[in-house]
Structures are given as structure tokens and as C-alpha cells.
Design a protein around this ligand. Structure first.
Ligand SMILES: Nc1ncnc2c1ncn2[C@@H]1O[C@H](COP(=O)(O)OP(=O)(O)OP(=O)(O)O)[C@@H](O)[C@H]1O
Length: 278
């Protein structure tokens, strides 16, 4: 099953002229899920201006699991925010699917994110007053879309959450909370899921289970996933690792192994965590 086969575009009047969703239920997903081309992002002005992205170019392949690594301050979070439509850029082009974000208003970007982007954060970001089930369905509730019950049930089953659905986040372990967050990110069948250090607050066993699921989601469900991490063990679960330094993409490593990742990172002047010290 590919996600496009059952993904119904429910939005109408809110969409922009620049957004060309012309695919039918049988058309294949584009090979590139998101694209940044020569992107410059400057924070602040004058003497205090910081060039967080300095000509970053990156293509995110659809249906693959991509890890983004780089020294602290290299621009990973900034690039992720730009690709996810959370923030605008000063120069260059950012596309999600076929949509050029430059043509969109802030509200249109919000709607695009709601429809096409899922997020998983280090700190889980679940709503404490809602049950696990309600948290999982929150993106659909917000978008006014009806839950695809069979899909949600499948996610819950795959993530081993079936007996935790009526519990609130405080009654769940860290690993369970993060699995709820992953189910929430995938619930609306987004075009792309961004995960920012998703295993940062998990012990290694829970982290490995989560990373295994993310890889499964890419390979078996066709879900495009982009993960920012400092952890070489986590990055080695990905299909490819993209390396950033000084606001630019400086390398890519397909089929990465932990030693290769650590060696590349050492070349960038940063000590990546091997993940073993956890
Ligand atoms: N809101 C902001 N205002 C000013 N400068 C910022 C802002 N956000 C990020 N920066 C700067 O932009 C640069 C890139 O930051 P970014 O957070 O993207 O790096 P990163 O690679 O994600 O770092 P880390 O691994 O430490 O999280 C850094 O020099 C940072 O200090």
C-alpha cells in the first residue's frame, strides 16, 4: 500500500493557486518529497546578524528515511524549520511536494503543514489533558478531517499502543509517549514527517524500538521521514545521512554505518555521540 492511494485531498477553498495537487488516486507520489535550493536564512540584522543557512541545497527523497547531522550551530534545526514550512527564508527556494512555499501566506503555510507535514519532537509535545487516543487524532480534529479508523488502528497496533489508548501522557512511559507522538505524526498520512532528536529523551531500548518503527514506516508504508540527530547510532537507522556545516549541505552518506558516520562527523570538527554512552 502506498499512502497516496488512500490519501484524499479534502481541502478546497483554502488552497492556493500555486498548489498544484493534480494527482489522482492512482498517480504515483513524486520522487522528491521536499526540496531546499540555495537557501539562505539570516537571523537578526546588522552587526548581530547570523547567517544560519548559507546556500543550503537538499532534496528529500519520497518514501525514504533521511537523517540530518552536523555540528552544533550548523543549521540543522533552521533547515528543518524551513523545509517544514515553519519559517520563511531570505533567499532560495523551498518546496513541499510541488508547492513552492515562497508563494504562500502564513495562513496558507499553516494549512499546508496541517495537511502534509507531521512532527515528532524530542520532548514528545503531547497534550497532557487528552488521552493517548485523543492525542493521536488531534491533527485530524484540528484539520476538521474524519479519522481513517483502519489506518489509526493499524498504527496503534504496529506501535504497540492498543492497551494504552485511554491513558493520559503522565500515565505513560517515555517510550510510550513518544510512540503516541509518532502515531499522531502519521495519523493524517502526511507527505513528510520531521523528527527532531526523537530519541533524545528515551533510553536506548525505547530509542531503538522507535527508530526501528521509523525505518519500517519508510520502507513498508512509504512514509517520508527526515530526522535531525546528534546520535550516530540513531542516524545509522536511516537510508541516508545528510551532513551540514556552516549552513550548507557538505555531504551525503547512503546506507550509513556508525563508524562511517562518526568518521564523517569528525571531519566536520564535531564529536557526534555514538549512542553507546546512553
Ligand atoms: N531565532 C534565532 N535567532 C538568532 N539566531 C538563531 C536563531 N535560531 C538559530 N540561530 C543561530 O543560527 C545558527 C544555526 O542554528 P540551528 O539551531 O539551526 O543549528 P543546529 O545545527 O540545529 O544546532 P544544534 O545542534 O545546537 O541544535 C546558530 O548560530 C544559531 O545560534
Amino acid at each position: 500500500m502506498t499512502l497516496t492511494e488512500t490519501h484524499t485531498e479534502t481541502h478546497t477553498e483554502t488552497h492556493t493557486e500555486t498548489h498544484t495537487e493534480t494527482h489522482t488516486e492512482t498517480s504515483p507520489r513524486t520522487a522528491v518529497a521536499a526540496l531546499a535550493r540555495d537557501v539562505v536564512k539570516i537571523y537578526g540584522r546588522g552587526d548581530t546578524a547570523v547567517r544560519a543557512l548559507d546556500g543550503a541545497t537538499l532534496s528529500i527523497p519520497a518514501g525514504r528515511f533521511t537523517a540530518v547531522m552536523g555540528p552544533s550551530g550548523s543549521g540543522k534545526s533552521t533547515l528543518m524549520h524551513a523545509l517544514a514550512g515553519l519559517d520563511t527564508v531570505n533567499e532560495g527556494q523551498v518546496l513541499i511536494g510541488d508547492t513552492d512555499l515562497a508563494g504562500l501566506s502564513e495562513r496558507q503555510r499553516t494549512l499546508l503543514r496541517r495537511e502534509h507535514v507531521g512532527f515528532v519532537f524530542q520532548s514528545f509535545n503531547l497534550v497532557p489533558t487528552l488521552t493517548a487516543a485523543e492525542n493521536i487524532e488531534l491533527p485530524l480534529t484540528l484539520a476538521g478531517r474524519r479519522a481513517d479508523r483502519a489506518w489509526i488502528d493499524e498504527l496503534v497496533e504496529m506501535l504497540g499502543l492498543a492497551d494504552r489508548l485511554l491513558h493520559r501522557p503522565a500515565e505513560l512511559s517515555g517510550g510510550q509517549q513518544q510512540r503516541v507522538a509518532v502515531a499522531r505524526a502519521l495519523a493524517a498520512r502526511p507527505r513528510i514527517v520531521f523528527a527532531d532528536e526523537p530519541t533524545g529523551n528515551l533510553d536506548s531500548r525505547a530509542g531503538e524500538a522507535l527508530l526501528g518503527f521509523l525505518r519500517h514506516a519508510a520502507h513498508e508504508l512509504g512514509q517520508t521521514i527526515v530526522m535531525v540527530t546528534h546520535d550516530a547510532t540513531a542516524a545509522a537507522y536511516a537510508d541516508q545521512v545528510v551532513f551540514l556545516a556552516d549552513g550548507r549541505v557538505v555531504g551525503e552518506l547512503p546506507a550509513p554505518t556508525v563508524p562511517e558516520i562518526l568518521s564523517r562527523m569528525a571531519g566536520l570538527g564535531s564529536a557526534a555521540r555514538s549512542g553507546k554512552e546512553k
